[in-house]
Design a protein around this ligand. Structure first.
Ligand SMILES: [Zn+2]
Ligand SMILES: [Zn+2]
Length: 169
């Protein structure tokens, strides 16, 4: 797996938790592969606050404090793993089978450290649609993404079209 995709997936996990989304296919697959249980909502409380600060800071390229606070509380433990020969060797930032909040903390802290430093090229943006506060991960080649979802993109296109029509009348 390309490193940018790996960091992108871990960053998507972080952003999904901060957005308060239902568990995605990606999250289920990553938890499954690494034998991580889905955390109970009450386990996530304090962690989500810390993670939200770190994700917001990473989306602006700083300040560095919130990402370092997450790293301090959940220090990454780097290993290489090929899932018993079934996959390509890749980095892990937390042990398989760990308590879900620790696994998420270490993995997201490592990913957000990369995002903050700008390499590999993964960025976190805030949706440009009116009345949408959601964050998204952009690992597209030219980093041209502007919306959290297709729904927000088309809603914005329709609104702009209507505004142009009104202006023309
Ligand atoms: Zn793995
Ligand atoms: Zn949106």
């Amino acid at each position: 797996m390309r490193y940018v995709d790996y960091i992108g997936n871990l960053t998507r996990l972080a952003v999904e938790i901060v957005n308060g989304d239902e568990p995605s296919e990606l999250r289920r697959a990553m938890f499954d592969q690494h034998r991580i249980a889905e955390p109970e909502p009450e386990q996530l409380g304090a962690f989500v606050a810390l993670l939200t600060d770190a994700v917001r800071a990473a989306s602006h390229g700083g300040p560095l404090g919130p990402v370092n606070a997450l790293l301090e509380q959940y220090p990454p433990l780097i290993r290489v793993d090929d899932h018993d020969g079934e996959g390509a060797p890749h980095l892990h930032f937390a042990p398989n089978g760990e308590d879900p909040v620790s696994w998420l903390g270490r993995s997201c802290a490592a990913a957000l450290a990369h995002v903050t430093c700008g390499d590999p090229a993964v960025t976190i943006g805030r949706c440009h649609a009116a009345d949408c506060e959601r964050l998204y991960v952009d690992d597209s080649r030219n980093r041209t993404r502007r919306f959290c979802s297709n729904a927000c993109a088309s809603r914005t296109t329709v609104a702009a079209h209507r505004a142009r029509r009104r202006a023309a009348n």
